[in-house]
Design a protein around this ligand. Structure first.
Ligand code: AMP
Ligand code: GLY
Length: 420
């Protein structure tokens, strides 16, 4: 069986490594993949957003099953296009992916179905948004671009000046392009953040082990937001009682709401939650596995990922075994100097073997290129070093011990993953 994963980051590498354990022993492909993924799968030179090219490639290579991992191709309807061409694909349709692709849609859904989320208003005119913020007069205030913005479309403004500057950059200067045609202005919430990824076929929803991303670049959760600098699983703040509450108030209602709206969601639904003093609130939905959440959560999956994905597509998730290993997992991201602002690529990486790995941990490649003499950096986030163990402190120790062996010019990482 030939299985292709669409995408090129650490998340895709984690998906590939897990799919490789499947008892169907699939032949693995990745499009476009990266230097490290090439050690585990055939990398195809097709861009993740090239829908026509992807359908053509899959037909040409007789691919049996496609896993569409990133948000852009999902929002663009890649799953719809593959299925229309007779190629079975895992992931939500374009209409269901709107739960991430449009914050205005996601907020409207939560309001309509009573799913707890921050109070908000939406605006397509900058002056009206600013008038609302002034009249409200409460800071900080959260301003979000409607569409996809590489995880950077959220600005927390501490005062009126910052709010005005944020609206200018999103709505006038269009720093996120058309994603900024509309904005959501919402209440600032506080509390620990939890990521919960869930398998769902629109009839059954099975949350995975919870996790905690570390979005800020600096230690102590300081500095600008990144794609994620590390992750632990399970999330220590997420108790069994909280999980039950989230199932009743958030997970099931969301699955049912999408069905009611004629947008049944099949795939991995990501709940970005905040555990506020008033209970769990949804900060955001994503229509896919998180990155770096996948690199911490998937190693703990006790189940056949390919079988689970096929069952989801065929709406029989209730019939496959999905279990979780005891213990904990940690992933530390190694980033290029200057990331997330400006960084150079093409630095030689030392400490990896020919397969892109190092002892004591699993190395997921996010932005690497393979040359004759080894691996080179090719992105902002370069590697994710993951380890599992009986407890979180042991998992962190193993991951950080492996990090000691790896080096490239300008490399930086957070030493406080899992400390919060
Ligand atoms: P998002 O891209 O929606 O995940 O937002 C990025 C980050 O902004 C989140 O992880 C939160 O830390 C923060 N954030 C988003 N919405 C709110 C909110 N309403 N209140 C407080 N923090 C927020
Ligand atoms: N880790 C956050 C995301 O994947 O959007």
């Amino acid at each position: 069986m030939k299985v292709l994963v669409v995408g090129s980051g650490g998340r895709e590498h984690a998906l590939i490594k897990k799919l490789r354990e499947s008892k169907a022993a699939p032949q693995l492909y990745c499009a476009p993949g990266n230097g490290g993924i090439a050690c585990d799968a055939v990398c195809a030179p097709v861009k993740a957003t090239d829908i026509t090219g992807m359908v053509e490639y899959c037909k040409q290579e007789a691919i049996d099953f496609v896993v569409v991992a990133p948000d852009d191709p999902l929002a663009m309807g890649m799953v719809d296009a593959l299925e229309a061409a007779g190629i079975p694909a895992f992931g939500p349709t374009g209409r269901a992916a709107a739960i991430e692709g449009s914050k205005v849609f996601a907020k409207g859904l939560m309001k309509k179905y009573g799913i707890p989320t921050a109070q908000y208003e939406t605006f397509s005119q900058e002056q009206e948004a600013m008038a609302y913020i002034r009249q409200r007069g409460e800071y900080p205030v959260v301003i979000k671009a409607d569409g996809l913005a590489l995880g950077k479309g959220v600005i927390i403004a501490q005062n009126e000046q910052e709010a005005a500057a944020a609206l200018d950059s999103i709505m006038k200067d269009k720093i996120f392009g058309d994603s900024g045609n509309q904005v959501v202005v919402e209440e600032f919430l506080t509390g620990p953040e939890v990521s919960v990824l869930a398998f769902t076929d629109s009839k059954t929803i099975l949350p995975m082990v919870s996790s905690m991303d570390h979005k800020r670049v600096g230690e102590g959760n300081t500095g600008p937001n990144t794609g994620g600098m590390g992750c632990i699983a399970p999330n220590p703040h997420y108790t069994k009682e909280m999980a039950d509450l989230c199932m009743e108030r958030i997970f099931l209602p969301t699955m049912r709401a999408m069905n009611e709206e004629g947008r049944p969601f099949k795939g991995c639904l990501y709940f970005g939650l905040m555990l506020t003093p008033k209970g769990p609130y949804v900060i955001e939905y994503n229509c896919r596995f998180g990155d770096p959440e996948a690199q911490a959560v998937l190693p703990l999956l006790d189940g056949d990922l390919l079988e689970i994905m096929q069952a989801i597509r065929e709406e029989r998730l209730d019939q496959v075994p999905v279990g979780w290993k005891p213990g904990a997992s940690a992933c530390v991201i190694l980033a290029s100097g200057g990331y997330p602002v400006q960084y150079e690529k093409g630095k030689k990486i030392s400490g990896l073997d020919a397969g892109g790995q190092c002892p004591g941990a699993v190395v997921y490649h996010a932005g690497t290129q393979q040359r004759e003499d080894g691996f080179y950096t090719a992105g902002g986030r370069v590697l994710g070093v993951s380890a599992t163990a009986g407890s979180l402190p042991e998992a962190l120790e193993k991951a950080y011990a492996a990090v000691e062996d790896i080096h490239f010019e300008g490399m930086h990482f957070r030493r406080d993953i899992g400390k919060y």
